[in-house]
Design a protein around this ligand. Structure first.
Ligand code: NAD
Length: 360
């Protein structure tokens, strides 16, 4: 039976980078006889323009029925002044929570060819291979109550809530340990247990889950220290597991270790490994429409899709090899360009990966 993939290009550079990733996906589909059928819909600002809401019910239904989803990115200045309840990002949060995509895998892997593009010294980042496991459907981005109001004295105030239940922590901790088991068996759980009650529960539950994984070396780190250690000595980490907001921030930080946020893919998985795959970066309105965005994070997200949702390791490996070969050829988009390399645009980079994949 064919497998359905729903493609949601989104806003800003989303359609540009997704177009390149789709070319790679279609070639992999033919080359490895994967039997994929692709359908397209809108999410975020593009969905507001088409349906009046950032995630239409019919789109959510198509997403539910799909075997995997490929997403670009959402948001942009056009929709910044809109009612916060229907901002583009709300569509993204809703599709993640409605599909139960609680496990967000964000690898930060430095291609040796890009060691010069990192803002850190090559010896600090050479060989870097970290996996950040971020909880994606709980915590402060979803917690209620949340409110902005005007106090009796006329001062404006606002607050958010950071809730985590034991079961939410347990299931993401398991993902962290499972990932550590297939990598180097080191897991660092990041929290703020010296201050936050939710983090104290987080730490206690992670300790309980650890009993089922005696082979994994578990450590705990406060998030402020983790942010510092990521730039001081990032190679000390193998897998990091953390909550929604800390993971959001730390994974952006980790992205710069690899040279550019334009290189970082991600997978968001439910309990059955059905997933939504997207680059870690946003819609980059500052460069949208110029044909200069780096499509590699989105292309590498396709490779994660083949690996995690469809168990197609050979096809996934081939896409990663094709990306590496293109970097060997010296082709670089502006964000990862350095002296002596050839600067190319989004489409030329996508075409080069397709050509490299075809040759494998
Ligand atoms: P951003 O990730 O879009 O951009 C940050 C910087 O990185 C910009 O200078 C941008 O040009 C650059 N950049 C990002 N992706 C790139 C790529 N593929 N190639 C080259 N350069 C790239 O973050 P931002 O500027 O904070 O947010 C812009 C919009 O994206 C906002 O509306 C925000 O809400 C949204 N956003 C969406 C997602 C998502 O859809 N998952 C994630 C983060 C931000």
């Amino acid at each position: 039976m064919s497998k359905q993939i729903l493609v949601l290009p989104g806003d800003g550079i989303g359609p540009e980078i997704v177009a390149e990733a789709v070319k790679v996906l279609q070639l992999a589909n033919e080359k490895y006889s994967l039997g994929f059928e692709l359908a397209h819909d809108e999410l975020g600002g593009a969905a507001i323009d088409k349906y009046g809401v950032p995630l239409a019910d019919e789109t959510l239904e198509r997403a539910r029925n799909a075997d995997a989803i490929l997403l670009g990115a959402v948001g942009g200045p056009k929709w910044d002044a809109i009612d916060p309840a229907i901002r583009p990002e709300r569509g993204l949060l809703k599709i993640r929570s409605q599909l139960g995509l609680f496990g967000n895998l964000r690898p930060a892997l430095l291609y040796p060819q890009l060691a010069e593009a990192s803002s850190l010294k090559p010896e600090i980042v050479a060989g870097l291979d970290i996996l950040i496991v971020r909880e994606l459907t709980g915590g402060i981005y979803f917690g209620q109550p949340r409110e902005s109001k005007v106090l009796e004295n006329g001062e404006r105030m606002a607050y958010d809530t950071l809730p985590y239940s034991e079961s939410e922590i347990r299931r993401i901790a398991k993902v962290g340990f499972d990932m550590a088991m297939v990598r180097n068996k080191k897991l660092c759980s990041v929290d703020k247990a010296n201050v936050l009650a939710s983090s104290q529960l987080w730490r206690a539950v992670v300790e309980e889950v650890a009993k089922d994984y005696p082979e994994v070396e578990l450590s705990h780190m406060y998030v402020d220290n983790a942010a510092m250690q990521l730039v001081r000595a990032p190679k000390q980490f193998d897998v990091m597991v953390t909550d929604n907001m800390f993971g959001d921030i730390l994974s952006d930080e980790a992205s710069m270790l690899t040279g550019s946020i334009g290189m970082l893919p991600s997978a968001s998985l439910d309990a059955t490994n059905k997933g939504m795959y997207e680059p870690c970066h946003g819609s980059a309105p500052d460069i949208a429409g110029q044909g200069i965005a780096n499509p590699l994070a989105t292309i590498l997200s396709v490779s994660m899709m083949l690996r995690y949702s469809f168990g197609q390791a050979a096809a996934a490996d081939a896409i990663e090899q094709a990306v590496s070969n293109v970097l060997d050829q010296g082709l670089r988009t502006g964000d990862i360009w350095s002296e002596g390399c050839t600067k190319v645009g989004t489409q030329a980079m996508g075409d080069a990966v397709v050509a490299a994949l075809a040759k494998l």
